[in-house]
Write a protein that binds this ligand. Sequence first.
Ligand code: ADP
Ligand code: ZN
Ligand code: ZN
Length: 761
Amino acid sequence: MARMYADVIIDISHEKVDRPFQYRIPPKLSEVVCPGVRVHVPFGRGNQDKVGYVVDLSDQPDYPVDKIKDIIAVDSKGITAESNQIRIAYWLKRQYGSTTIAALKTVLPVKQKLKQLERKKVVRCVEGDILQEAVFACERKKQVARARVLRAFLTDAVLPYELIRQKLNVASATLMALEKQGLLKIETESYYRNPVRCADREEKRVVLSEIQRGIIEKVLSDYEEGHSGTYLIHGITGSGKTEVYLGIIEKMIGMGRQAIVLIPEIALTYQTLLRFYKRFGDRVSVMNSSLSMGEKYDQIRRAQAGEIDVIIGPRSALFTPFPRLGVIIVDEEHESSYKGEAMPKYHARETAVQIASMHHACVVLGSATPSMEAYYRARQGEYQLFEMRNRQGGSILPRVYTVDLREELKQGNRSVFSRKLRELMEERLRDGEQTILFLNRRGYAGFISCRECGHVMKCPHCDVSLSEHRGNVLLCHYCGYQEIRKKNCPVCGSRYLMGFKAGTEQIEEALHREFPEARVLRMDADTTKTKESYEKILSAFADEKADILVGTQMIVKGHDFPNVTLVGILAADLSLNQNDYRAGERTFQLLTQAAGRAGRGEKPGEVVIQTYQPEHYSIVHAARQDYQGFYEEEIMYRDLMQYPPVAHMLAVLVTSREQEQGEALTGKMVDFVNFCRTARTKEESPDEERRTAQTWQRLQIIGPTEASINKINDLYRHVFYMKHPDYQVLVGIKDELEFFCKREELKNQTVQYDFDPMNTY
Ligand code: ADP
Ligand code: ZN
Ligand code: ZN
């Protein structure tokens, strides 16, 4: 018999309406209303037409029957959430803290059905030698983009249009021009029927090593025996992890299962995608932020219909609704981009494990520098650990020199380049090899201050300094505020208002001064405003149009530069000085990955680490490429301080219109937690009381204080932290605090929860 009532979550993100509202299902809709359906309902006193999601059905009214309103209609264009997705949404909400609707929207990235799209592919129309001629011709005419496209067709006869547009970063006009020349043809086909015979699938199949085969067999036999688990592959870059992923996915597809592959957006390179396309052809799809809503909708539909087997993408690809999910792969598992900034602040790794368990699927994590979380769990036996110690093809690890900058100064060297680094750079310039200079300085841009009174030019809306940009503009990186650079100090009127150049710019100038013959490219937040400029710099460097690439951490990822044989790390310890429990881990990862950029080709690489703290364990172990050594020291520190992953941490961030409001609310929230602590320890039985007392005793509260950036966009930020060994205890406190805030009826204030935060606030 059809159910009479439906619980509906209204699409309004406000704590007050964050609960299901009950509606009657009119008989004409009884066939179509089920959990997950998007419906129109009358809401509030004015009976406004609102949209919501049905999350549950029942026979019994929870209110007097005459108070219950009818569902108006089913939103025929709405995407239906599957019951699994609703379960995941509730799990996200509880585990990470957010409103139900925000959690639902997280798992349903596309709300509306959209018109089905057509798919385009690009086909080569000429023979290889003619194409090669055309490549040379374009190069002579400096038509870089055209040359890049044509080069891709030297190996492949057909490539998906979107892959070329996104990953080779070519304008559609360029492709049309090549079509006019008769070199390529753009073909349109209906999306589903004709699989793109991409890349003629002529993949060089490697013979898997024993280790690789061992991992694949273990994962699959566990799966077939019904106890699929979570696996961590710790393997340096180039050790053959991707080949293992491909092997596992292939076997899964053979069993009729599907796979989600998470790759951080910045590492989602054309080469990586092509490997998946070549192996699985049209059964692979890509999900990323540059897709339109229509394209995203299409991917979801195809996944739901079982028309694709593999989806590749960043964090959000996790919620692809595959009916027969077999495996979730999380590559570069340690990347901080796996945790989102928006509520619910979920971590893709943990969420992957949860989703997989609902499908009895397995999770495979991979990294050259595993997160402390993953490695700790592997050590605890929660994950199974595999180590891959050697690079495929046997290219050897780079040789690393650590230079103590204090010593350089003592020896009278005032340059930003140590003597060792300079010597090696000169060698590279002489031999026509390339160098990468990496400046470990996050979020640092040039700022302006008065040399007379010390006044720093700050954003009026944010608690951060403005940075100088070309055209005499001062810019705020947090809210976009701009002003014209003034001649005189607004405080003392002096004329000595001077800029401090961003680190990378300084390095670039020093290079021009000290290596006038070198061709230099710079890559930082300033030179890479658009994704296009980012790719442009990287491909120019890959094409050996420069000898030296200077950049921030964004150069560490992705591309392979076989001609780079030297990496210089200029200020290795700068990231250590952040007041943040993950600083050591982040430094180790950055240095190890930066060092890994050297010598990826035939030639061996060298690395120079310049630092003021050569004795710091992050630096010592990074120089030795010794992950275990680093892990042992870092985990001792985390244990001692009760930081994640040994214990857990919950950050509560309050944003308010007024400074005093924020102080008051965080103060009250901390008082409330302390009140719970004393109230809860008075239990009925003495045994119970002791246990509860022990639980609460282990709770540590830090703060409340102003956040380190006290104001962003005219909103004041206050924060406090709680630490406890048991994650679920923190979840319980979060639930209480949510309840508390609902009662407080906050005005112009929001509260955000962040479990095991990636940064402190
Ligand atoms: P990772 O994902 O760990 O960086 P890849 O799987 O990309 O490593 O492998 C690095 C390179 O080594 C690739 O070019 C790959 O084709 C090659 N490779 C991987 N496994 C083997 C193998 N068993 N034999 C020969 N080459 C291999
Ligand atoms: Zn001044
Ligand atoms: Zn600002």
